[in-house]
Design a protein around this ligand. Structure first.
Ligand code: PBG
Ligand code: ZN
Length: 384
């Protein structure tokens, strides 16, 4: 007789003769005490949840495992910590600029002279990593080839050099794309018909990535979605003898959609015609995402990223499944941040609670790195 059969048998006898909700005791010496208890609990016994559960499987009892706050923390495979966070910075070519970005509450477009004052207190609170986006504002800064992307005096390269010197411990990620620097606002170089010229784009983007790595980026993160750029960047890093000290983080599964709206406002990278649906993934494209993740791993990515985050938890989980041996990053994008802010402002929910719930959901899905505009707030809210 199995244990559970024995338990249900005893429970059945208990409930018919001496109704007692729990103990499967069957020794004579406890019978007196049992029947005493039974009388006291007789009205409870017939409906007691424990009685019902015990007649089934012991594994039905879950509450005990998370009744204590620490036991609740132990349930998470990953705990949100400060070292998981990457904070996005928008750096302009006007050195003294410090302008709030209306679509991204709390975020600013910064000139190079404002970086150290902004970052000093954040680093003191435990900031470990930033990702740099260039926002060229000069009217001459944009052309069809995105020439300004690797301008040695441009905001990203100047920013990398400055931050490497000022904060040697800060991990610097450089977003690599052309859309902030092209006159048409697309993420690569175009054919005459307006479609992406993949060959020229990959050539150019891998040059830009190399320039950022040589300027001091610990990590280069191509977000353009051109085919084959991970391999091209890796090869150039190898040829230049710096592949051993540069992390290549691929925006592998980057889905098209409206959630990048506030970012494009902030970075001035709205396409002047068309959209990005021929190179960013279609929102239903789970299979394409899996193929892109597999491809980028084969091409030499060290980290794979999924973006946006909260809408694509299934893809984050796929990424962790396909890339068992790589860290998975998720980008909680501008639109996700702006939505949470707007709803909190309207009193729909509490900002801090929602920021935690959404970021913890992203970790649960499989990410261990989160790019988030909430980073300064998390540095306040978290202990470690
Ligand atoms: C540039 C880039 C974008 C984002 C990261 N890198 C914008 C885009 O692809 O349109 C989005 C970040 C955000 O929305 O917070 N290719
Ligand atoms: Zn782009």
């Amino acid at each position: 007789m199995s244990f559970s059969t024995l338990v249900s048998d005893l429970t059945y006898r208990d409930s018919t003769h001496s109704p007692r909700p729990s103990a499967p005791s069957h020794t004579a010496s406890t019978n007196t005490a049992r029947s005493h208890l039974s009388r006291a609990q007789s009205s409870y016994a017939s409906t007691a949840a424990t009685s019902v559960s015990i007649s089934g499987s012991i594994s039905s009892q879950l509450h005990g495992g998370y009744s204590h706050p620490l036991a609740r923390q132990w349930q998470a495979e990953r705990q949100l910590t400060k070292s998981m966070l990457i904070y996005p910075l928008f750096i302009t070519d006007n050195p003294d600029e410090c302008t709030p970005i209306p679509s991204l509450p709390g975020q600013k477009r910064l000139g190079i002279n404002k970086l150290i004052p902004l970052l000093t207190p954040l680093i003191a609170k435990g900031l470990k990593s930033v990702i740099l986006f260039g926002v060229p504002l000069a009217p001459t800064a944009k052309d069809a080839l995105g020439t300004a992307a690797d301008d040695p005096l441009g905001p990203v390269i100047a920013g990398l050099r400055l931050l490497r010197r000022a904060f040697p411990q800060l991990f610097l990620v450089a977003d690599v794309c052309l859309c902030e620097y092209t006159s048409h606002g697309h993420c690569g170089i175009l054919h005459d018909d307006g479609s992406l010229n993949n060959t020229l784009s990959v050539d150019r983007i891998s040059d830009v990535a190399l320039a950022y790595a040589e300027a001091g980026a610990h990590c280069v993160a191509p977000s353009d979605m051109n085919d084959g750029r991970i391999r091209a960047i890796k090869l150039k890093l190898i040829e230049s003898g710096i592949a051993h000290r540069v992390v290549l983080m691929s925006y592998s599964a980057k889905f098209s959609g409206c959630l990048y709206g506030p970012f494009r406002d902030a970075a001035g990278s709205v396409p002047s015609f068309g959209d990005r649906r021929c190179y960013q993934l279609p929102p239903g494209g789970r299979g394409l995402a899996r193929r892109a993740i597999r491809r980028d791993i084969e091409e030499g990515a060290d980290i794979i990223m999924v973006k946006p985050a909260s809408q694509y938890l299934d893809i984050i989980s796929d990424a962790k499944d396909i890339g068992k041996d790589l860290p998975v990053a998720a980008y909680q994008v501008s639109g996700e941040y702006a939505m949470i802010h707007a709803a909190a402002k309207a009193g729909v929910f509490d900002l801090k609670t929602m920021a935690f719930e959404s970021t913890e959901g992203i970790l649960r899905a499989g990410a261990s790195i989160v790019v988030s505009y909430f980073t300064p707030e998390f540095l306040e809210w978290l202990d470690t």
